[in-house]
Design a protein around this ligand. Structure first.
Ligand code: FES
Length: 154
């Protein structure tokens, strides 16, 4: 992400220090993750110590300081999903993508993450891809669902 793009986001928040969270959210939604140089740039522009920007970015799990793929796959590991077969679904995702949790495929298409509960336990086992809920998941369904996303242009 170049400085001009970051400036545009900072301008839209009027360079307010109090808008640090939405600023980082906007940057991440455009760039998919928060590179260290970007955090430094924001820190300088807003005159907020880098340690504070960094602490905030690492505090919230929704922020990623590592490159993320085009599609973010989030598998629920909460109790309700677990008893309905969540671990098998998670294992199948890892097999299909050939990556572990919190990793990104070498082609940068997919990032795999886990979460404790997505608040929709009745739909378990639940997998969310790019914010879309895919409920009552099983190993066959997840394989075909991932293939569909792999083919997607956007
Ligand atoms: S345990 Fe998976 S949504 Fe609640």
């Amino acid at each position: 992400m170049n400085p001009a793009e970051i400036d545009k986001i900072l301008e839209s928040h009027e360079y307010k220090k109090s808008a640090l969270i939405p600023i980082l959210q906007d940057i991440q939604s455009k760039n998919r993750w928060l590179p260290c140089e970007t955090l430094k740039y924001v820190s300088e522009k807003l005159d907020i110590p880098l340690i504070d920007v960094y602490s905030l970015a690492t505090f919230y799990k929704s922020f990623s300081l590592k490159p993320r793929g085009k599609h973010v796959v989030t598998a629920c590991c909460g109790t309700a999903c677990h008893v309905r077969g969540g671990p098998k679904v998670l294992q199948e995702i890892q097999n299909q993508l050939n990556i572990g949790v919190d990793e990104t495929t070498p082609d940068k298409k997919f990032t795999l993450e886990t979460v404790r509960c997505l608040g929709a336990c009745a739909l378990g086992p639940l997998v969310v891809i790019d914010g879309k809920y895919h409920g009552q998941m099983n190993t066959k369904k997840i394989a075909s669902t991932l293939k569909k996303y792999a083919k997607k242009k956007k």
